[in-house]
Design a protein. Structure first.
Length: 274
């Protein structure tokens, strides 16, 4: 089985079990894999802790063992995990261990964490944003929780020639010198997502207001906002360097605007006029 997220292909070594429903639209039949994961069902082996990398104290943790990254769905030293991923430093290959017997164990939070790591290997970023393709023009509406991403997605749902790529998380990549926006499986409140992609033409940063207004902002302010709304690989120095540089280049080359908006369809004409 293979899934494609942001034009990155993750291949699973076995067709045993069912892939989570959230990935059904992202299943692929062919293509060279970016990351190959071998599945192991049954008792999860223990890996010695050689270097602590990151510990959320709640959902997941990461450490190094035998020159591999180990991700588990438990904080360090808190019980046995239900899911553990052992992966090579270059993120080309790895193993998934699960005590589940009836599903493909690629699920929250480790699915997103692996994708963030994979993107930070010179591929792109995962951002908090609603993304649309409007007649083939890719537009992200970037913002933290509560700024109106799902509201914007719902406003665009019924528009002709518009595909809502996702209402909460999108991937941005640079391919052959051009930036693209991609949908992801990880939707928000509007429950809309698509595996489609579109060339990135402009970026809006959302904020609620009493009237609709657009203001262009300079690259420094835009890069700062992008960084705040990106999923950063804090645990990886090289990954952080790439992500910060990527945000800076993106803000330099793509027109960026602050969009003050009222949550009704009048804002759509304003967006389309820019």
């Amino acid at each position: 089985m293979q899934i494609g997220i942001g034009d990155l292909i993750i291949s699973f070594s076995s067709s045993r079990g069912q892939i989570p429903e959230v990935y059904h639209d992202f299943l692929l039949n062919k293509g060279p894999p970016t990351l190959v994961l071998e599945l192991h069902y049954g008792k999860i082996p223990e890996f010695p802790l050689e270097e602590k990398i990151f510990n959320t104290n709640v959902l997941w943790s990461c450490y190094k063992s035998r020159n591999r990254y180990i991700f588990k769905d438990r904080p360090l030293n808190v019980g046995s995990p239900n899911l553990l991923i052992s992966i090579e430093p270059d993120f080309n290959a790895g193993d998934i261990y699960t005590n589940s017997q009836d599903s493909v164990p690629f699920q929250y939070p480790l699915d997103e964490i692996i994708t963030i790591n994979l993107l930070s290997r010179n591929h792109g970023i995962l951002a908090h944003a609603c993304g649309i393709s409007d007649s083939g023009q890719g537009i992200p509406f970037v913002g933290t929780s509560g700024t109106g991403k799902s509201t914007v997605a719902n406003l665009f749902k019924s528009e002709e020639d518009v595909i809502v790529l996702n209402d909460d998380r999108i991937i941005i990549r640079k391919i052959d010198g051009r930036f693209f926006v991609f949908g992801t499986p990880w939707h928000g409140d509007s429950k809309v997502c698509s595996p489609e992609e579109a060339p990135l033409e402009k970026i809006f940063f959302l904020q609620h207001a009493r009237k609709n207004k657009v203001k262009k902002i300079d690259p420094i302010k835009a890069a700062t906002r992008l960084i705040v709304c990106s999923f950063l690989p804090f645990w990886d120095k090289k990954g952080m360097e790439f992500t910060l540089n990527f945000c800076a280049e993106l803000a330099q080359k793509i027109p960026c605007y602050v969009l003050d908006f009222i949550p009704d369809k009048r804002v759509l004409d304003l967006v389309k006029s820019i």
